[in-house]
Design a protein around this ligand. Structure first.
Ligand SMILES: Cc1ncc(COP(=O)(O)O)c(C=O)c1O
Length: 402
């Protein structure tokens, strides 16, 4: 929950902006690191969730690796302090340029997602006299029980290599002289809340697959289980730090591992979602035929999750929380300014009576928020504002002043 002093400071800042609570980020990352150490698991932060340099520098400084899904993410992660030998690179469609740059950077591993990709990497490494570390992403056909757009481990999804190609895959890996096979990679989905059930199932399936590869002569030194730990969008104050312990305990109770096998995970959302809040202002209050609309200055261009996945974000009226009058509540459709009917933050949300100029907080926006922002409708991009550096935030301008 934001304190009164911070809300007063927000009044001086031009909206919309992404506010980063750096203290919460540090607590979350530190807690994850402590739990990973306890259960002997290595963390690679999934950079795609948020690429803000200050966040990446803190996370890399903690000794975590990085999980990237594009060539530019690889270069950015490296630039933000992740050593090359701690960067893994997944993604179904790596271009020649991206493969070349990652090869030259000397990354920890390519997480390959098709047989053809392995051929291409082997060939390019051969031409340049290099050897590429390769881990193979497997599609384990497991239902993560999450939104269909963030389910990635079913045969109907485009990710990973599925069972019918295992024998061919093993053959190719053995014959590819410029590839160093280091392990297997999995990632079944995001925002997983049935943690014990889903990750136990994933581990059991992974155990069978690892055993199959080893029986067929390939040593699996690294088992990467991907990310997916969900966060509490309904109550971000009560559960500000996700339950890393349950996730890691479930893994260590269910995975079969030898002493020399390393287990990796790739959390994105769980490390960064709760530390950011999108701060916006009410531009206009409008009464429609059947509804009351609160029209905000932040829209789907700033955060597309509600329009894209129907995602829920808790919304609070910060200004009303400071008032002692206006005790009544009202149902509002909270909407953005973009010319699309899907630009809706929340329908029928009960809020204290709200007025033009009120500051609004859209909570839990640190993951898959700012990274997906666009300049649709030629809107400006919302900047980052950090809790420990509020003074450098862009100042609000009063256009009524002559
Ligand atoms: C390969 C891979 N690893 C890790 C993640 C991070 O997932 P999450 O943010 O749910 O932890 C993703 C996200 O989709 C991913 O594609």
């Amino acid at each position: 929950m934001l304190d009164i002093n911070t809300i007063e400071q927000f009044d001086k800042i031009a909206t919309p902006f992404y506010y980063y609570d750096m203290d919460l980020l540090r607590k979350t990352v530190d807690h994850a690191a402590e739990m990973a150490e306890k259960y002997g698991i290595k963390i690679h932060y999934a950079v795609k969730a948020n690429v803000e340099r200050r966040l990446l520098e803190y996370i890399s400084g903690k000794g975590f690796g990085a999980d990237c899904v594009s060539g530019n993410e690889v270069l950015h992660a490296y630039d933000c302090g992740f050593p090359a030998d701690k960067i893994v690179y997944a993604g179904v469609g790596k271009s020649d340029k991206e493969i070349y740059n990652a090869l030259k950077t000397g990354i920890e591993a390519f997480n390959c997602e098709s047989l053809q990709e392995i051929y291409v990497i082997n060939e390019m490494a051969h031409v340049h006299g290099l050897k590429a570390n390769v881990s193979v992403r497997i599609n384990p056909d497991i239902d993560a029980h999450t939104h269909k757009y963030v389910t990635t481990g079913l045969y109907e999804n485009k990710f990973g290599i599925s069972q019918h190609e295992f024998d061919k895959l093993i053959d190719i890996l053995k014959k590819s002289g410029h590839i160093n096979f280091i392990g297997l990679h999995f990632h079944i989905g995001s925002q997983i809340t049935r943690v014990e059930e889903v990750f136990a199932l994933e581990c059991q399936r992974v155990n069978d697959i690892v055993a199959y590869f080893e029986r067929n002569g390939l040593k699996v030194n690294n088992i990467n289980l991907g990310g997916g730990l969900g966060v509490d969008y309904d109550d971000p104050d009560e559960n500000a730090i996700p339950d890393f312990e349950t996730w890691f305990r479930t893994i260590s109770e269910n995975i079969v591992r030898r002493e020399d096998q390393m287990v990796h995970v790739e959390p994105g959302r769980s490390l960064v979602a709760q530390c950011a809040t999108l701060i916006s202002r009410v531009l206009f209050v409008k009464s429609g035929e059947t509804k009351n609309f609160l029209i905000m200055d932040a829209g789907m261009n700033d955060l597309i999750r509600p329009a894209l996945y129907g995602a829920y974000h808790k919304i609070e009226n910060l200004s009303a929380s400071q008032r002692t009058f206006y005790p009544t509540h009202q149902a509002y459709d909270i909407v953005g300014p973009v010319c699309e009917s899907s630009d809706v933050w929340g329908a029928g949300r009960l809020l204290p009576l709200s007025v033009r100029g009120d500051l609004m907080a859209i909570r839990s926006t640190g993951a898959y928020g700012q990274v997906m922002a666009s300049r649709y409708n030629m809107k400006d991009l919302a900047p980052s504002v950090f809790s420990d550096d509020l003074d450098s935030a862009p100042a609000v301008v009063d256009y009524f002043e002559k």
